[in-house]
Design a protein around this ligand. Structure first.
Ligand code: ADP
Length: 478
């Protein structure tokens, strides 16, 4: 069933937002390009008109004669080409003397209006040509070149000649209209294309979301297939898959843990129950009842020991157990722990040997470091037969301190070595001497070592003995 979520709001969708930003950028770019093209077109047209007017100015010199008596256009009236040129030159034309008196003008120029005498005087003084754009009353524009045309007999003559910009303006207007009316279609097509591309690019993301929706605690083995593109999305899928892998392993451990705990609890509870039932039904004397209760008590003790160990381990693993790191003499702690094991070792007929320097200071949690040594020593004693030897060594190394617990016991077969630090893992054995182990001691040792940022290694030869080596980093305060 689809769940209402952020995906239901269309405008908030990544696809929509991507397309919208792309579209806005695309539209802006098109408008900008249109404005630039229009400007370019205007510039090109203007420079063309300028060239044409310059040509007209040069041609004017061939046809226009100005004398004291008047103005004459000299050309072969029978020659249609000449007539055409002069006709064109006289279309936007004005001739004036230095006083501003108009000597000749075309009807178009009359409409535009002749130049004022002071303007004419200024232009004649400057000698350089002046370009102007002027409009007639109907809005028609003309590009006009004004300047000194002739200087003779101490008289200077002003000429203004030009061309209409009507056609040019029409072309520019036509371009503007066409471009900006087509632009919305371009934007629409661009938007559609952008939407399709975005949809295609986001498709795998939707697939990832769909697959993740189907993943539950029950089917954590599901993986999202990699697309093989090696892109960011593949990296995301890979990270996601690895996260599920970790989750799967945690779930597996949790299930295993629950199964192990139930199993561990069931055995002693069944035993206590059985013993009490049998005692209730068959015990004939107070002595027999007492014996049954004693055995049941031993079992409940084992149970409470188990629950306590479990509690400690779960507190450690969930981070509730806070280490109090302080500088301590490790040799002193080691000697204290060894003292506790003297009697049990004697009882088991074992030789307990220690090789310790006089002093070695390091920052550790005193209680947990003591537990670490106790667990390793109690294992060594438990799994070493009579007449054997258990040895504790503490050595200063370049990398820190090395603590080794070695025994001449039964050893651990190679195939079990990698698993002995797992919770509840016990090497299967027919020997009844270790039947009371919980399989938690080494898990706790491993946690303590990890909490001290150290390492633990084990080497063992079945039938000859084992050696556990703990390395803690150099935190000696000397
Ligand atoms: P247990 O309570 O069973 O000793 P541990 O976690 O301390 O649990 O040890 C896990 C298993 O590793 C043990 O059951 C035992 O088979 C094996 N083991 C641990 N230490 C030794 C050792 N010194 N010699 C031989 N086997 C050992």
């Amino acid at each position: 069933m689809p769940t209402p979520g952020p995906s239901t709001n269309f405008t908030r969708r990544l696809g929509f937002r991507l397309t919208a930003s792309y579209l806005a950028f695309f539209a802006l770019l098109l408008v900008f390009a249109g404005v630039v093209f229009r400007r370019l077109l205007v510039d090109i047209q203007e420079s063309e008109v300028r060239d044409l007017v310059e040509g007209d100015w040069a041609a004017l010199r061939g046809y226009l004669r100005v004398t004291g008596s008047g103005v004459t256009w000299e050309y072969d009236r029978k020659n249609p080409q000449d007539s055409f040129v002069v006709e064109r030159l006289r279309r936007v034309f004005m001739l004036a003397d230095e006083s501003g008196k108009v000597l000749d003008t075309s009807p178009a120029y009359t409409v535009i209006g002749p130049e004022r005498p002071e303007v004419i005087a200024r232009v004649l003084r400057s000698r350089a040509p002046v370009w102007e754009t002027r409009q007639d009353p109907w809005g028609l524009a003309y590009r006009i070149r004004e300047g000194l045309f002739l200087e003779q007999n101490q008289h200077r003559y002003f000429v203004a000649i030009g061309r209409s910009l009507a056609l040019n303006n029409e072309i520019v207007a036509h371009f503007t209209w066409l471009y900006f009316s087509i632009l919305p279609f371009f934007v629409m097509i661009g938007g559609l294309l952008g939407w399709l591309l975005t949809k295609r690019a986001l498709q795998p993301l939707n697939e990832v979301a769909r697959t993740s929706e189907t993943i539950t605690g029950a089917n954590l083995s599901l993986r999202i297939p990699l697309r093989g593109a090696g892109d960011e999305l593949d990296r995301l899928i890979d990270t996601f898959n690895r996260m599920i892998e970790r989750l799967e392993s945690s779930f597996r451990q949790m299930r295993q843990f629950t199964a192990d705990v139930s199993h561990e609890l069931r055995t002693p509870i069944t035993a206590v129950r059985g013993q009490l039932e049998v005692a209730l039904m068959t015990a004939k004397s107070e002595e027999q009842l007492r014996e049954a209760i004693l055995t049941a008590l031993e079992e409940t003790e084992r149970l409470s020991h188990f629950v306590q160990a479990m509690l400690q381990l779960s507190q450690a693993e969930s981070g509730q157990l806070v280490l109090h790191m302080e500088p301590h003499d490790l040799c002193l702690i080691a000697r204290e722990v060894l003292e506790q094991f003297k009697i049990p070792a004697d009882e088991e007929g074992l030789q307990l040997v220690a090789q310790l320097p006089p002093e070695y200071s390091a920052e550790v949690d005193r209680l947990q470091f003591g537990r670490l040594l106790s667990n390793l020593l109690s294992n060594a004693i438990r799994y070493t037969p009579r007449g054997g030897q258990v040895r504790l060594e503490l050595d200063q190394r370049a990398s820190g301190v090395e603590i080794a617990v070695e025994d001449t016991g039964r050893g651990i077969p190679a195939e079990h070595l990698s698993r002995i630090f797992e919770r509840f893992y016990r090497v299967p054995n027919t020997d009844s001497s270790d039947s009371r182990g919980l399989g938690l001691g080494l898990s706790f040792v491993a946690w303590i070592v990890k909490a001290h940022k150290g390492q633990i290694q084990v080497s063992s030869t079945p039938g000859r003995g084992s050696r556990f080596v703990v390395t803690l980093p150099r935190t000696s305060l000397g």
